[in-house]
Design a protein around this ligand. Structure first.
Ligand SMILES: Cc1cc2nc3c(=O)[nH]c(=O)nc-3n(C[C@H](O)[C@H](O)[C@H](O)COP(=O)(O)OP(=O)(O)OC[C@H]3O[C@@H](n4cnc5c(N)ncnc54)[C@H](O)[C@@H]3O)c2cc1C
Length: 472
């Protein structure tokens, strides 16, 4: 059964019991109540963010938005999912401190810390599903950090976009005009970054690229803005509420309210929001030797020759980013299992594949992981070397398709990327489990126009059980 995004999950084969820990206070991960804020909007539309066992009602104002999802729709859905299907199963406010495998009996020892009481607890499990996601750990360059601001005598507040929702009242109070004359001047908020997080903050404030978008052919960083909104990013740039300064890097702070940019410009800021992205959530919790034993991190690919030189649609690509040029490859087979650990069937990852349809993809992946743990008959590599070779082949394709996209910056949410080819990826995973694929009835020609609904996955549990009985 899929679980609402998400949190590390663990599974005990002895008792068949499953347990989840999340450092958040409420379910939903990125969409937890404490993380979202009014007006926060998804790129995903209704139907792309739900699971077959729990229906999602139409999002608020659906006819006007074309089914666009607001964060509060997803948050409400995740809360409902957890209340209905997982009551008492998730340990909230419980931060995973370390994950290690016991050398003697191969069980997993998970140490958690209660965020309220500070209490440390170590529990043992037979299997682990890592689902710590990649958008909760702020990535802040040292030169933009709060300590750099303090050293430069910068006086305004600096926060990362990850903490925007939780701090919204404080932020609004800091930038609202005050009584005295000096304080009555309009306040300025500088948002650093040009990605999804930056655009989210900007309808309220200012600063990011607009026409300097990446090519939609060569890059995955495309946004589905949906039906245009009067308070949307583009409208506010066009009416001058948001001023875009691009291309430019923020280089540091100066005394008072000054933010320094690489183009020599100085911008005055009453608040700086660093929408500078996220770091991997894996780094803190795995000791070096555990990560090495699992084979968690990237490696240099052994494949040197491009087998797809004749792809006419991919001529004249942009220059590859350094990591792609140097042939770095993911080590996570299909973004689900470290290739090195493939035969042990005791560790898997969900949520690290970049896909356009999270609900459908993560549900199929959750079933794949369950079958993998239960030892079901599956199409799997027969040796780690084979798993590595297939993973490297996938990585090479990714580098060819999206040469200047660097996936190695945050392994926890980008070990593998399928983007718009998520139906083919899900079909391959279904076939790995000897289950019918192309369930919506499309074919290779018309799949882009076929409606693929989450309900077509509703019987996977029973279908897998029937296969298991047949193979006994
Ligand atoms: C501003 C913004 C907008 C986005 N919009 C979209 C969108 O429109 N469409 C889309 O598909 N995706 C979007 N995303 C990406 C989004 O992160 C994923 O869609 C989805 O939430 C990932 O789910 P997940 O369960 O893998 O990770 P998460 O939702 O991040 O869940 C991981 C959970 O693990 C917890 N955790 C991490 N480390 C530990 C630890 N050591 N101990 C205990 N718990 C831990 C986290 O606190 C969190 O609760 C957006 C992200 C951001 C930041």
């Amino acid at each position: 059964m899929p679980t609402p995004n998400s949190s590390p999950g663990t599974f005990s084969p002895a008792t068949g019991s499953a347990s989840q820990s999340s450092r958040d206070h409420t379910p939903g991960g990125q969409w937890a109540q404490e993380r979202i804020y009014p007006g926060m909007q998804l790129n995903s539309i209704h139907g792309e963010f739900s699971f077959s066992c729990h229906e999602m009602g139409p999002p608020s104002n659906s006819p006007a938005t074309g089914g666009g999802l607001k964060a509060r729709d997803v948050s409400k859905y995740m809360q409902g999912f957890a209340d209905t299907l997982l009551p008492g199963k998730i340990m909230f406010d419980s931060e995973i401190i370390t994950v290690s495998r016991d050398k003697t009996d191969s069980t997993w020892a998970i140490t958690t810390k209660n965020r309220d009481t500070g209490l440390l607890e170590t529990r043992r499990f037979g299997k682990v599903v890592l689902r710590t996601g990649g958008t909760s750990q702020p990535m802040i360059p040292a030169s933009l950090s709060s300590s750099a601001a303090k050293e430069a005598d910068f006086e305004s507040k600096v926060i990362h976009s990850a903490h925007f929702g939780a701090n919204l009242p404080k932020i609004l109070s800091a930038i609202s005009p005050k009584e005295d004359a000096e304080e009555r001047r309009p306040k300025s908020v500088v948002v650093i970054g040009g990605g999804k997080s930056a655009r989210e903050q900007e309808p309220k404030y200012h600063n990011s690229p607009l026409r300097l978008e990446y090519s939609a052919l060569w890059h995955m960083r495309t946004n589905d803005e949906g039906v245009s909104r009067e308070d949307g990013f583009h409208a506010l740039v066009n009416n001058g509420t948001i001023q875009v300064i691009a291309p430019a890097w923020m280089t540091g702070y100066a005394a008072g309210r000054s933010v320094l940019l690489s183009n020599g410009q100085t911008v005055e800021a009453d608040m700086v929001i660093l929408a500078t992205g996220y770091a991997s959530t894996w780094d803190g919790i795995f000791k070096k030797e555990t990560a090495a034993e699992l084979g968690l991190y990237r490696h240099r690919s052994a494949i040197q020759v491009d087998e797809r030189t004749n792809y006419k649609t991919l001529v004249n690509p942009p220059a590859p980013c350094p990591d792609n040029r140097e042939n770095w490859s993911s080590s996570i087979y299909k973004g689900l299992v470290p290739a090195k650990n493939i035969l042990r069937r005791d560790f898997a990852i969900n949520g690290t594949v970049i896909t356009v349809n999270d609900g459908y993809s993560f549900e199929v992946m959750a079933h794949w992981i369950s079958s993998y743990f239960l030892g079901d008959k599956m199409k799997l590599p027969t040796a780690a070397e084979e798993a590595f070779a297939l993973t490297e082949r996938d990585s090479m394709w990714f580098c060819k398709r999206f040469p200047d996209t660097n996936l190695s910056r945050n392994e926890a949410c980008s070990s593998f990327a399928v983007c718009f080819t998520w139906p083919q990826c899900a079909d391959e995973l279904l076939e790995d489990m000897y289950l019918p694929s192309m369930r919506s009835g499309g074919n290779w020609l018309k799949w882009p126009f076929q409606v693929v609904g989450i309900k077509e996955l509703a019987t996977l549990h029973e279908e897998r059980a029937a296969n298991r009985r047949k193979n006994m």
